[in-house]
Design a protein around this ligand. Structure first.
Ligand code: ATP
Length: 594
């Protein structure tokens, strides 16, 4: 069976819960949920007093419900001030859902309960500690851009076998992952270099130097990426002078979906609630549901929870299993749990994969074998149509789950559309892949270098909404401007740029980014340790200099619409993000192994 979207089920549940919550706000009066009658396993979680507890449960066994009820019980029945109950998740969506569910149970009081993603918590703590001297957190595309800048400005050669890859987007992404993983493990550049030397991997040693330069640039610009943010908050927590007052704020820490944590998040949790702490720590997890492995999430953190939070005498933290499936019909849960039961169980964890059926009784599971995607799409459409026409099931009560987005999903959508099945696809496109954002990023990338912008890239930009050129127009310009064979081989706007450059004189001096990084280094007074994002003239090192040059200059002259000059001028006019008083650099710690 395909899926329309991996989050379809979860988002419809979240949506239904949101709608239900809205319905309760009648005439401005908020009626609170009565809350479910908890099963005995959930009640154990809610009654948990102190110390760490890992709650394992298959999907639908009521882990989140137990966590919500724990928060409610602490505030309502045990007199814990709401601001002393910290609720943590690992994604913004999960944070929203949890906050809504707690608000449904606690009403106005819930506003005082901090419900945060780990990044949200780190951001808040960091911002509080640097109130008069704020740092900005980079988005993923910005982080990649910074790394590319550093890469281009870095003179040290790479090992021979990597040289061809250097400068490609894939290489930058690999570097970004390396930097991220290193920080998630609490490693400093020197540790990565040590590993490289011990293991005979010169590429790691070289990457470690780049990592160091990248951190210097972040310091200089007073910006952080998310992994660096978590790392630095861990440093704050490691120092008893700053860490103890923070830790003492929360009497209870409740964490949902630990399987989505990267090692640094798990370590942060230990920093927040160390074994010596008297705070309560309840953590839920379903290792089979880890969906963030692409960003470094490691189901192993669940298996290690017992030892990570071992008591003073070394006894492992308590583990409790929720044993009733409150969501699925018995036959559906048997099918799902039958599949997961065949998977290897993380070492040391009790079996959580075969819950008893709850109160949901009806339902059926059917396996349909299809010859190809087309036949599969037809079978799905026929099943939905029959359920709607013959059993009167409303469209919004049905969901189609697909394994991944791609041609097969497109085919399914077309088939459903043709059959008259109304579809709503939750949009989970990352911002960076949104066409509108993509084109803006391409403009920035082009404006900042590299020195040779590909003809293909320029053509794409010309044809984008920002360029406003249609294919016919582009061809006309090519015809008008280009004649020689070399021009034709070069293709697209690269030719235009070259011709105009010939008129204006060379538009590109040595890489703009290289100069930017080099200038930062000069500012800091010693090579390789930049400390400010401002040029020697004191002008902001904004994404594009105020006076356009290079391809922008060329394009502004050539461009058949007026958009470019406006964009270039605006971008160049970005106000300086720093002042010179912000130059004190953060000292990075020695490694804090995870
Ligand atoms: N004791 C209960 N009685 C009746 N319904 C319950 C009970 N506990 C949970 N539910 C319902 O079961 C469904 C699943 O609950 P919940 O989201 O808490 O499970 P979960 O284990 O966190 O699921 P997942 O792992 O998929 O996130 C929800 O609709 C919830 O309202």
């Amino acid at each position: 069976m395909n899926r329309m979207d991996g989050t379809a089920g979860a988002s419809s549940i979240a949506l239904a819960e949101q709608v239900a919550a809205e319905d309760r706000r009648l005439g401005g009066v908020r009626l609170l949920d009565a809350g479910p009658v908890l099963d005995v396993d959930q009640q154990v979680v809610v009654d948990h007093e102190r110390g760490p507890l890992l709650v394992l449960g298959a999907s639908g066994t009521g882990k989140t419900t137990a966590l919500v009820e724990s928060a409610v019980s602490l505030v309502r029945h045990r007199g814990v001030p709401p601001e002393c109950v910290l609720v943590l998740t690992f994604s913004r969506g999960a944070t929203r859902t949890l906050a809504e569910r707690i608000a449904g149970r606690l009403g106005e009081v819930a506003a005082a309960v901090p419900v945060l993603s780990v990044h949200g918590l780190c951001h808040a703590l960091w911002a509080e500690a640097h109130r008069t001297d704020p740092w900005r957190v980079l988005t993923a595309p910005e982080q990649e851009l910074r790394l590319r800048e550093v890469l281009e400005g870095s003179a040290e050669p790479w090992p021979e076998d990597l040289r061809e890859a250097v400068g490609t987007r894939v290489f930058t992404r690999e570097l970004r992952d390396l930097v991220a993983r290193a920080r998630q493990l609490g490693l400093d550049p020197a540790d990565v270099a040590d590993f490289g030397e011990q293991d005979g991997r010169p590429a790691w040693v070289r990457a470690a130097h780049l990592f160091e330069e990248y951190l210097d640039v972040l310091d200089a610009e007073r910006v952080l990426d998310y992994d660096e943010l978590v790392h630095r908050v861990r440093i704050m927590l490691a120092d008893p002078r700053s860490g103890d007052p923070l830790r003492s704020r929360w009497d209870h820490v409740l964490v949902d979906d630990l399987q989505d944590a990267v090692p640094a998040h798990a370590a942060l949790l230990r920093d927040l609630v160390p074994p010596s702490s008297s705070a309560g720590l309840v953590v839920t997890a379903d290792p089979d549901r880890a969906v963030y492995s692409f960003r470094g999430a490691d189901g192993g953190v669940v298996a290690r929870f017992g030892t990570d939070h071992a008591g003073p005498g070394g006894e492992p933290a308590a583990v409790h299993v929720l044993g009733t499936d409150h969501r699925g019909a018995p036959v559906v849960s048997r099918s799902v749990h039958g599949l997961t039961a065949a998977m290897a169980r993380p070492f040391g964890l009790p079996d959580w994969r075969a819950p008893r059926p709850g109160r949901v009784r009806d339902g059926a599971a059917r396996l349909v074998l299809c010859a190809d995607a087309r036949e599969e799409a037809t079978a799905v459409a026929a099943t939905l149509l029959a359920a709607h026409a013959e059993r009167g099931i409303a469209w919004h009560r049905m969901a189609v789950v697909v394994r991944s987005r791609g041609p097969e999903e497109a085919l399914l959508r077309r088939r459903l559309g043709r059959a008259g099945v109304p579809i709503a696809v939750p949009d989970d496109t990352p911002l960076v892949d949104e066409p509108a954002v993509r084109v803006l990023l391409e403009v920035l990338e082009t404006a900042l270098g590299p020195d040779e912008v590909g003809a293909e890239e320029l053509d794409r930009l010309a044809l984008s909404p920002l360029g406003g050129v249609d294919p016919m127009e582009l061809r006309r310009h090519r015809k008008f401007l280009g004649a020689s064979d070399r021009d034709r081989a070069e293709g697209g706007l690269a030719r235009v740029r070259r011709r105009l450059d010939a008129v204006q004189g060379p538009s590109r001096r040595p890489g703009r980014r290289s100069r930017r990084v080099a200038a930062r280094r000069r500012c800091c007074g010693r090579p390789g340790r930049p400390q400010t994002g401002r040029s020697a003239s004191g002008r902001p090192r904004s994404v594009v200099a105020a006076r356009p040059s290079g391809p922008i200059a060329t394009w502004t002259r050539w461009w058949p619409c007026s958009t470019w000059p406006v964009v270039a001028a605006r971008v160049g006019a970005v106000p300086p993000p720093q002042t010179s008083s912000r130059r004190s650099a953060i000292r990075r710690s020695r490694p804090m192994h995870g």
